[in-house]
Design a binder for this molecule. Sequence first.
Ligand code: ZN
Length: 241
Amino acid sequence: MEKYSIDPSSFDFLKAENFLRKTIKAIDGRLLPVSTVFCVGQNYVKHIEELKSINVGKPLIFIKPPTSIIEIGQDIQYPSFSSQVHHEVEIAIYIGKGGKNIEPVDIPEHIGGFAIALDLTCRDIQSEAKKNQGPWAISKGFDGSSPISPIYPFSFVKNDITKLNQMHFYLKKNNDTVQNGDGSLMIFPITTLISYISKHFTLEVGDIILTGTPEGVGPIEKGDTLSFGGDDVEEVSFVVR
Ligand code: ZN
């Protein structure tokens, strides 16, 4: 058999700019790296009820790629392969220090910041996946499926994990409030979630954790404006195209 001939130009893509990571803006304009987006499903009782799901007694974790993140100034592109995209508004945690097997008591030092984000979901594709016991990757991780506010430094709330766990947040669709969240109603609070995730995955700087949506999820349409914010998080808006 003939051997592969190694053409030195084959690896021309190995240029420094191809190694720059995706970034996201902090509230002061600084650019922060973005790694994996970890999401938590079914973390609020009333949302479990509205989807007629069952509480399995432990956090339901799935991941989305960095390309799911979009920030203010970008539009939500309605995916061509779905006809039922739902909004889910959630508290987002930005990991500022990586780690593995992090104990709940040590969680605060790993939190670099927080934000409010959407976990857009192709509900039609997700329902089919649930029925066939297939993965949620396409229904959850498509391009632009995680619109997010700028990241606020955790010190802004004086490292107060309690305040973060009790954050109020909301989503307006075309100026009507469609979701109202209260972090204190999370089944698994932020410390438990991060500790649990870090037992299964090594967390890295730039990982973002979406902590689950409260009830009130519903469809979005092209032309809608989605605005969301929360305690200490100024409202941001995205248009669906
Ligand atoms: Zn979600």
